[in-house]
Design a protein around this ligand. Structure first.
Ligand code: PMP
Length: 306
């Protein structure tokens, strides 16, 4: 990864290499931590963070779900993220922000109430999550053997570090089989989401994406639904089966890091023409116009760093 100058940790800006924790930190052993993934883009008026408040709010809400108390407000953490971008003096096209909270050193055993909560925000420059070529030509997606855990046995709505064990196993399996990314079904066999992104398909000009029943409540998915409706594209949220995915006209993944990534192949079947489809391309280019500040209608989603 590309190091930056500063990381904010528990109220202080520290030099990148000085933001450290003890090896007996509770989260390293038992997995209760919460993360966000937020992105800033270099617009004509300098960097702007996309949907900052929504991301920070989700961090605080994830922590509430997993019984951690972050000792900062959404407003305070928003300010820190703006300041962190300023202080790091980035130059690239975009910057990824990773606010997170974890349980630190001092308590062992599963009961975590007395473990100290550490709050951190890092930021670094990061290229296309699924590769530049994937953004143009589409990626290969594999429906993997892991399913998303049932709602009765974990908290899929929390962006919790523990949930990413399931994502990691899924992604590793997909890549090991020669694919780029994993698509996970839920415990009923319907499409849930990718390892770190949401799923959309296009059938007869209609955009279809699953409800968030067994997936993270995604900010990019909401943005894409809003954009598509404004573009006059019909959007339906409903359960999707594996067979429907195979015969879709187009498909793509969405996420803060994945942005709009076209899907070319699912489980050895070409989707549509086996490349980026025309509606996907339209949505992809409209999304970049929004995040790079070229569409006035969506200015309210941008927090500028001056
Ligand atoms: N699902 C999972 C499991 C994710 O990790 C992400 C990335 N945060 C998403 C969906 C997409 O969420 P968002 O659009 O809010 O980035």
């Amino acid at each position: 990864m590309d190091a930056a100058k500063y990381i904010w940790m528990n109220g202080e800006f520290k030099a990148w290499n000085d933001a450290q924790t003890h090896v007996l930190s509770h989260t390293l052993h038992y997995g209760n931590g919460v993360i966000e993934g937020t992105k800033a883009y270099k617009t004509e008026k300098g960097y702007a963070i996309f949907r900052l408040n929504d991301h920070t709010k989700r961090l605080i809400e994830s922590a509430k779900m997993t019984l951690m108390k972050i000792p900062y407000s959404v407003e305070e953490l928003n300010k820190v993220q703006v300041e962190l971008l300023r202080k790091n003096e980035f130059t690239g096209d975009n910057v990824y922000l990773r606010p997170f909270a974890f349980l630190g050193y001092g308590v062992m055993g599963i009961y975590h109430k007395n473990a100290p909560v550490e709050t951190v925000i890092a930021a670094w420059e990061w290229g296309a999550y699924l590769g530049e070529e994937g953004m143009r030509k589409g990626i290969k997606l594999k429906i993997v053997s892991m399913t998303r855990p049932a709602n009765t046995s974990n908290m899929g709505k929390a962006k919790a570090t523990a949930n990413y064990l399931n994502s990691q196993m899924a992604k590793y399996e997909a890549i090991d089989c020669g694919y780029d990314e994993a698509l996970l079904l839920d415990d009923q066999g319907y499409v849930a989401e990718a390892s770190g992104a949401s799923f959309f398909m296009i059938v007869d000009g209609e955009l279809i994406t699953p409800p968030s029943d067994n997936a993270l409540v995604s900010i990019t998915q909401k943005t894409v639904i809003e954009m598509a409706e404004k573009m006059g594209i019909k959007v339906t949220r409903r359960r999707i089966t594996r067979e429907e995915v195979y015969i879709a006209d187009e498909a793509f993944l969405t996420g803060t890091a994945a942005e709009i990534t076209p899907v070319a192949i699912v489980d050895a079947r070409e989707i549509g023409s086996g490349s980026r489809g025309p509606i996907t391309e339209k949505i992809q280019s409209a999304y970049f116009d929004i995040v790079f500040g070229r569409n006035k209608e969506y200015e309210h989603y941008l927090t500028y760093i001056d």
